[in-house]
Ligand binder design. Sequence first.
Ligand code: FAD
Ligand code: NDP
Length: 333
Amino acid sequence: MSSTPVDNDAQSKKVLDVVIVGSGPAGHTAAIYLARAELSPVMYEGMLANGIAAGGQLTTTTEVENFPGFPEAIGGSELMDRMRAQSVRFGTDIRTETISKVDLSSRPFKLWPQFAEDDDPILCKTLVISTGATAKRMHLPGEDQYWQNGISACAVCDGALPLFRNKPLAVIGGGDSACEEATYLTKYASEVYVLVRRDELRASTIMQKRLLNHPKCKVLFNTVATEAKGDGEVLTALRTKDTKSGEEKDLEVNGLFYAIGHIPATSIVEGQLDMWEDGYIKTKPGTTQTSVHGVFAAGDVQDKVYRQAVTSAGTGCQAALEAERLLAEEEEA
Ligand code: FAD
Ligand code: NDP
């Protein structure tokens, strides 16, 4: 972690203690903790930032069955509305704007909302980046019609839905996620086809073995999907193509799960924070501290493995406690 220079010119302007960018479970959990700690957090929730409504990825799904505290399940949008209400209840100042630029080269940090009328940046002592990620999709013909009606990008989230029970399902991808999602889906599916575009898997050896040895999984190498087909309401088949022979056929499946990677929403901090090759923000192990002192990253934007609402909320809590501790230490010094 590098020490961050202090911008003396900015000292005379109003400096916020903490700003949160992003409004999914990570951002709102950070907001709840920071507001209860009386640090008057300001949250930029985004205005369709990264193509997603304020509230984040869960606003794009129906039932959330694995967030603790909701034994009967809860709608994704309702869950996020409730988190937002909880943030507001304790005094979070939520601004429906997208942050389009940040300058993390000195403290206080500078942030520019997208349609701000002047060039004056927002200044803050600490910053929580919780801008999330989006699952990659192929946008096949028919995909828009059957998205969330047989097509998903999260087996753990949607695999248990009645729509998929005892039905043949397909996973596209050849990495660890594809292996994990396919083996997970065997709990519910009658069989799981894994469509791999090359003649080999990219996944780690152990994950490959688990997949290849599973009696319910069938790996279709050199196979790509070209169309999502259905009965007008739900997915019933995929048109597939063998990339070697060129042969095309319909594969009857009632579910398609994408596992072809995610894109973290990190463009605003690119070149300013240390990141992994695939764009996820690097954090110091066991913490949410980034390479810049005073900047914390929480949720999917720094997590390429778990990517769940509850893990995002957990790291949002961590980021808030770490920001609070830093501010207290600096107050005392
Ligand atoms: P996100 O939810 O990704 O939210 C980030 C927010 O920040 C977005 O609203 C975005 O617009 C905003 N933002 C981005 N950039 C900016 C910017 N520059 N300025 C301002 N705002 C910005 N997980 C589960 O645990 N259970 C489930 O059942 C489940 N179902 C899912 C179903 C679907 C269809 C999907 C896509 C995901 C599902 N997940 C589920 C995963 C879960 O939604 C994510 O793990 C979680 O939402 C990540 O939270 P986050 O706070 O990191 O960010
Ligand atoms: P990866 O980038 O590792 O794999 C993506 C896979 O999707 C590749 O096989 C790729 O094919 C394929 N793919 C990409 N685009 C397309 C497309 N348009 N059409 C068809 N196939 C496509 O992503 P993962 O999400 O699997 O993993 C991300 C990271 O998370 C990795 O570091 C992984 O190790 C880690 N992880 C670890 C887990 C664990 O250890 N339990 C579980 C899940 C993830 P190709 O190979 O041809 O490029």
